[in-house]
Design a protein around this ligand. Structure first.
Ligand SMILES: [Zn+2]
Length: 124
C-alpha cells in the first residue's frame, strides 16, 4: 500500500526543487550568454573557427560540450518542473510505472525522479 508523504516532507522537497530550478535556470542562461558571445565574435570578424586547425577544432569541441551540457541541464530542469507540478497534484513520490511509493531516501538523492528503484532498474 502506497503511503503518502507527510506534508512537511513534501514542503521540504518543494523547497529543494525550487532552489534547483533557480540554479539550473542560471546555468542555462550562462551557457546561452556565452554561446551568444561566441556567435557574435564569429560573425563580426573573419576569424571564424576552422575545424582543421587545432584552435578551431578545440573551439568546436568546447561548443559541442557546452551544447550537451545545455541539453542535459534543460532535461533536468524539465524533470524538476514536472516534479513541482506533481507536488501540486499530489502525485509526487509515487512511481510513474507501478504506482508504488518511492522511498524518501531515494527522493533525497534524486528529488526529481519519477521511478522507484525497481522500475528504474528494469528500464536499463
Ligand atoms: Zn515502480
Amino acid at each position: 500500500m502506497a503511503r503518502d508523504l507527510a506534508v512537511s516532507t513534501l514542503e521540504r522537497f518543494r523547497k529543494r526543487l525550487e532552489e534547483e530550478q533557480v540554479r539550473l535556470g542560471e546555468i542555462i542562461r550562462d551557457i546561452e550568454a556565452e554561446r551568444e558571445e561566441v556567435r557574435l565574435t564569429e560573425t563580426s570578424s573573419d576569424r571564424s573557427p576552422d575545424p582543421n586547425t587545432a584552435e578551431g577544432g578545440s573551439l568546436a569541441f568546447e561548443m559541442e560540450k557546452e551544447l550537451s551540457l545545455w541539453q542535459n541541464t534543460q532535461d533536468i530542469l524539465a524533470m524538476v518542473e514536472e516534479s513541482l507540478s506533481r507536488i501540486d497534484e499530489g502525485t509526487y513520490g509515487k512511481c510513474e510505472v507501478c504506482g508504488g511509493s518511492i522511498p524518501v531516501a531515494r527522493l533525497d538523492a534524486l528529488p526529481y525522479t519519477k521511478l522507484c528503484v525497481d522500475c528504474a532498474a528494469s528500464r536499463r
